[in-house]
Design a binder for this molecule. Structure first.
Ligand code: ADP
Ligand code: MG
Length: 677
């Protein structure tokens, strides 16, 4: 069964190549190759009841008329002939297969499958086979049967795949040995593997097929969940870097803060301190909506590490964010003797920087994934913080982890993920939540409008600016393009400058070099510019609390979660903030999405809606999140599998030394090795 697919009867090297494009490399792969749906086929030759129009049908009969070939004006050829079956005569039709004409001979027996046209008692033939013997008059014959439909590829048809699978199963079914532990199968009422394989490829009823599929879905999510828990267990078995907590130091830090921590912030900081002062490495996710104040929490944990004589690293997805955090941390630590350095791909004098990191002169390094480079070696790295974690994959997390010896890890994310799903995606992490926003925040008022109203929008901006506020305007493109529609920041910038006299306007996009970006960002932060026309480079993290309006042009081009992130750039102080979505289409989906945005302020609700609208594939951008591409499990449809699978995974890890769990546990280890390392 483990042999290469080319050695299966009827396959050979040529077909094997085609099978490989479907991910089928071995005979076993083929046996586990899953149909994507089940088709019900009615046998008209034996049917007593009426067959419905457009039904999939099969028929055995004898050809009773000579074939008739005609061409349509569109140069389509239509070949037809009549057959007689048990229920009388039917007309068969083939499109564009004129060469069949010679094979259709009166008196010959034929089996066909196709689509029924009730009005003309006609079958459009998809598959056919000429038989030598005359069809028997079999009255006991089933009147309907089920046919699994597989994903195909050019050169490999549905029936070829079906045939190969059926050959493979016949020959190898005895080798299918159950690998799930018996207790688990009983506890969760799962069907045995051999039976499942047979039912999924050749079901006697739809129910049987569904039962079989259930096991595969459950098994898949169970394997994944178990691997995550195993990873978590492995980390917690390592000895971490036990920090000591000097309460007086922490108090000193708190005293220098410009605001009072919220209860949630305080609670999370306590959880983090508990982790870092324990014997195990911290492995924690901090979830908090945009603007909830995660950065200061990170600052506490970095402070604790540095006070214990170790180094900390903070990794973020964009240069702009890295710079902002760099200055924020400098601010937080202004009264302490702490060396902070910035490291991004455009940092000058990197080799000097590497030296200082290696010899321990640098206490905290803030940067983009430039930190991941091999050349970056730490003297004694004890804490890793990643901000906006949804932009990093599992691999990046673990390669950063390898730069220290079992360092503490804190990942922060503002992408609110429906709770059931964070159990999967972040199943290897402990989770803390910040649910409340800092005191005095007013909910952002969100409006949706059309480009026709732009002048009114601009006048509104004018009014707010005259009161001393600032404004972001976001466009999807850097420059105008023939290929993609949408407004470009460069043109828009000129237009805004023209419209607003005596107002300083900044321009920001990803094609500018980092010095230019820094200058523009600083100008805006200091309030020297009042309007910032920008692409989505400001999407994550950017924090200028005096800005109270964000206008998003071509808002129809952004996903809901992205709009929510962008909106989160305002509403960061105590003044009333506004988000204005300028929607350039009339389509009903766009309208629906704008409506959700204007009605919903909560990030969790938005992400749930977003997931429903876009589906998990697009929502998660799978690879980014480090979620594997599931074959059976569907994040949306199969949420109710998660809880039982989590329970089962816990049972499995508890019993992993037991003999009856060995086969499956080996599979889990294998999966974890391939996927999680
Ligand atoms: P996010 O969770 O989106 O990263 P930030 O950490 O950027 O949020 O915080 C948003 C803003 O709120 C910042 O300007 C920060 O200084 C401010 N802030 C954070 N915590 C508090 C608090 N407890 N009280 C008042 N303002 C706060
Ligand atoms: Mg942030």
């Amino acid at each position: 069964m483990e042999r290469d697919i080319q050695y299966l009867k009827g396959v050979g090297p040529k077909r094997a190549r085609l099978f490989r494009t479907l991910g089928v490399n071995t005979i076993k792969d083929l046996i586990f190759y899953m149909p994507r749906e089940l088709e019900t086929v009615q046998d008209v030759s034996a049917m007593r009841n009426e067959v419905e129009d457009k039904a999939k049908v099969s028929l055995n009969g004898v050809i009773v008329t000579s074939p008739f070939l005609r061409k349509t004006r569109g140069n389509l050829s239509i070949l037809s002939a009549e057959v007689a079956g048990n229920l009388g005569r039917f007309k068969l039709v083939w499109f564009n297969q004129p060469f069949l004409k010679n094979k259709i001979i009166v008196g010959k027996s034929i089996s066909v499958k196709g689509v029924y046209n009730k009005q003309y008692r006609q079958i459009t033939v998809n598959e056919y086979k000429f038989n030598n013997a005359l069809v028997k008059n079999d009255t006991k014959k089933q009147t309907q049967y089920f046919r699994p439909i597989y994903p195909v590829t050019d050169g490999l048809t549905q029936s070829q795949i079906q045939q190969c699978i059926s050959i493979a199963i016949k020959k190898y079914e005895h080798q299918l040995v159950e690998y799930l532990p018996k207790e688990i199968m009983e506890m969760f009422n799962l069907c045995e593997i051999k039976k499942c394989i047979i039912s999924v490829h050749n079901p006697k009823s739809k129910d049987e097929w569904i039962e079989a599929k259930k096991r595969f879905i459950f098994e898949e999510i169970l394997t994944f969940k178990s691997a995550l828990l195993l990873g978590k267990e492995n980390i917690s078995r390592q000895s971490g870097i036990k920090h000591r907590l000097g309460q007086s130091l922490i108090d000193q830090f708190s005293k220098k803060l410009k605001f009072k921590l919220t209860e949630d912030q305080q609670k999370v900081i306590t959880e983090i301190i508990a982790d870092m002062t324990s014997l195990k490495p911290m492995n924690r996710l901090l979830q908090g909506d945009v603007g909830s104040g995660k950065t200061v929490v990170a600052a506490y944990s970095l402070f604790l590490t540095v006070c214990n004589g170790y180094q900390g690293a903070m990794m973020v997805p964009t240069e702009i964010l890295a710079e902002q955090h760099y200055y924020n941390l400098k601010d937080f630590f202004a009264f302490f003797d702490i060396n902070i350095e910035l490291l991004t791909s455009s940092t000058k004098g990197k080799s000097e920087s590497y030296k200082r990191i290696k010899n321990g002169e640098v206490d905290i390094i803030v940067g983009t994934h430039a930190i991941l480079q091999e050349k970056v070696e730490f003297k004694k790295l004890a804490l890793i913080v990643t901000d906006e974690q949804h932009r990093f994959g599992v691999e990046q997390r673990s390669s950063l982890r390898n730069k220290g010896e079992h360092p503490h890890v804190l990942v922060m994310s503002a992408t609110p993920i429906p709770r059931t799903m964070s159990q999967i995606i972040y199943g290897d992490l402990d989770i803390s939540y910040i649910k409340q926003l800092p005191k005095g925040r007013k909910p952002i008022k969100t409006y949706s409008t059309t480009p026709n109203n732009r002048n009114r929008v601009f006048d509104f901006i004018k009014k707010e600016i005259s009161k001393g506020q600032q404004c972001y305007i976001v466009c999807p493109l850097v420059e105008e393009s023939d290929k993609v529609s949408g407004l470009a920041v460069t043109q828009y910038y000129d237009m805004v400058k023209n419209y607003f006299d005596n107002v300083k306007v900044g321009l920001l996009h990803g094609k500018m070099n980092s010095r230019q970006k820094e200058e523009v960002m600083n100008g805006f932060k200091k309030g020297e510019t009042s309007i910032l026309v920008s692409t989505t480079v400001i999407e994550v993290g950017v924090d200028v609390s005096n800005a109270n309006i964000i206008v998003i042009e071509n808002s129809e081009k952004f996903g809901l979660s992205q709009l929510h992130q962008l909106r989160g750039r305002v509403g960061r102080g105590s003044i009333q903030s506004y988000c204005i979505l300028v929607c350039h289409t009339n389509s009903s989906t766009a309208k629906q999405r704008m409506k959700i945005m204007t009605k919903t302020v909560d990030g969790f609700d938005i992400s749930e809606e977003d997931l429903k609208l876009r589906g998990p594939g697009e929502f998660f951008g799978t690879r980014q999140h480090g979620i594997p591409e599931f074959k059976h499990f569907d994040m949306l449809k199969h949420q109710d599998y998660i809880q039982p699978a989590t329970e089962a995974a816990e049972v499995i890890l508890k019993n992993k030394e037991t003999e009856s769990y060995r086969l499956f546990f080996d599979k889990i280890k294998e999966f974890a090795k391939n996927y999680l390392d």
